[in-house]
Ligand binder design. Structure first.
Ligand SMILES: Nc1nc2c(ncn2[C@@H]2O[C@H](COP(=O)(O)OP(=O)(O)OP(=O)(O)O)[C@@H](O)[C@H]2O)c(=O)[nH]1
Length: 337
């Protein structure tokens, strides 16, 4: 078991053996594979890519579901209820997270496993906190690769949780098939303040906490969301985004959400929208990685590093137009010695 990543001795990683064990469904190897993918070491990067190449033919079969929501909406409680429900149906569920703030805060969402204690104990579930450290692009790549590893290990459903911060919803939307937005009951004010853009990313709006005295308010909220959704551009061609209610605490409305996702999968697979989206997501992944690499290469270039402060000052003091300044930087960058 301990044959793959022995201490920090790089030579001890056998990417091919690790891949074999992941394909056999070994959870320990899966966790090690993810650690390899998340490593910032260059040697690990190459090993991880070898491992991924071997696993690629066995990826892509899971349904990928993104979940976002304002803090307090009950994301962890929902994932616990929803994940446990899926496991009870015999499905293997992996829960991942994209938290761009984790490099600043040292990891927040999913960092604390006690948030999903029951699911974490379920042998059919696998929970992995957000990779921390590095830029958003890095988190993005690592989570996508982790998703592929989980698929190769035989997981049927991948849940990707994200906090409602910055660009994180857009990033998760770009890596999943179905995206849902978790909201609260009686959220009249929230509805007004809700960024329309986020609603337009969603394939479903889930009104959580529809239990007890909240239930009546939840029905009203559902009506309000449905009215608004009716006027918005749907996130997926040929699919009408609707609002549903559930109680993660009482575990009601959970099976209806899964039924909706199955209908979505069937409909979009029949129309070709499902595979079109996956193809587009791959292309966008390539493009965003190119942009990340170019950016890194540019800003780490020693000539750029020494010239940039002078150029910035010239622009700020009004002696240089921005476009001309950037043009000079690129001329310097492209000059090969
Ligand atoms: N009544 C009721 N309370 C709920 C329900 N789901 C969650 N809660 C409560 O809402 C609070 C917040 O739930 P969390 O699951 O921690 O939600 P969150 O704030 O989105 O948390 P993060 O997952 O950390 O983003 C907790 O006190 C939960 O017990 C529900 O369906 N009904």
């Amino acid at each position: 078991m301990g044959r793959f990543i022995k201490k920090s001795n790089h030579k001890d990683i056998d990417a091919m053996m690790l891949a074999e064990d992941i394909l056999q469904g070994s959870r320990i190897s899966l966790a090690r594979g993810i650690t390899l993918v998340e490593s910032n070491s260059e040697h690990h990067f190459h090993e991880a890519q070898k491992m991924l190449e071997k696993l690629l033919p066995e990826t892509g079969r899971a349904i990928r579901i993104g979940i976002t929501g304002v803090p307090g909406a009950g994301k962890s409680t929902f994932i616990e209820a929803f994940g446990s429900y899926l496991c009870s149906k015999g499905l293997k569920v992996a829960v991942l997270a994209v938290d761009p703030t984790s490099s600043l805060t040292g990891g927040s969402i999913l960092g604390d496993k006690t948030r999903m204690e029951r699911l974490a104990r379920n042998p059919k579930a696998f929970i992995r906190p957000s990779p921390s450290g590095g830029k958003l692009g890095g988190v993005h790549r690592k989570t996508r690769e982790t998703m592929l590893l989980c698929e190769a290990a035989g997981f049927d459903v991948i849940l990707v949780e994200t906090v409602g911060v910055g660009q994180s919803e857009v990033i998760v939307r770009d890596m999943v098939d179905f995206f849902m937005l978790l909201v609260l009951t009686g959220a009249g004010d929230e509805l007004q303040g809700m960024k329309k853009g986020i609603m337009e990313l969603a394939d479903a709006v889930i009104i959580n906490k529809a239990d007890g005295a909240n239930e009546i308010v939840a029905k009203k909220t559902r009506g309000e969301y449905n009215r608004i959704l009716h006027f918005l551009q749907p996130a997926t061609k040929g699919w009408e985004t609707k609002a549903l209610m559930c109680s993660s605490l009482k575990e009601t409305g959970i099976s209806e959400i899964w039924d909706m996702i199955l209908t979505f999968e069937r409909t979009t697979k029949d129309s070709g929208v499902f595979s079109d989206r996956r193809r587009l997501q791959m292309k966008e992944w390539i493009h965003s990685m190119i942009v990340d690499q170019l950016q890194m290469s540019f800003f780490h270039d020693t000539r750029i590093k020494s010239l940039l402060p002078k150029i910035e000052n010239e622009v700020i003091s009004g002696t240089r137009p921005v476009a001309a300044a950037v043009d000079e930087l690129f001329n310097v960058y492209y000059q090969r010695d």
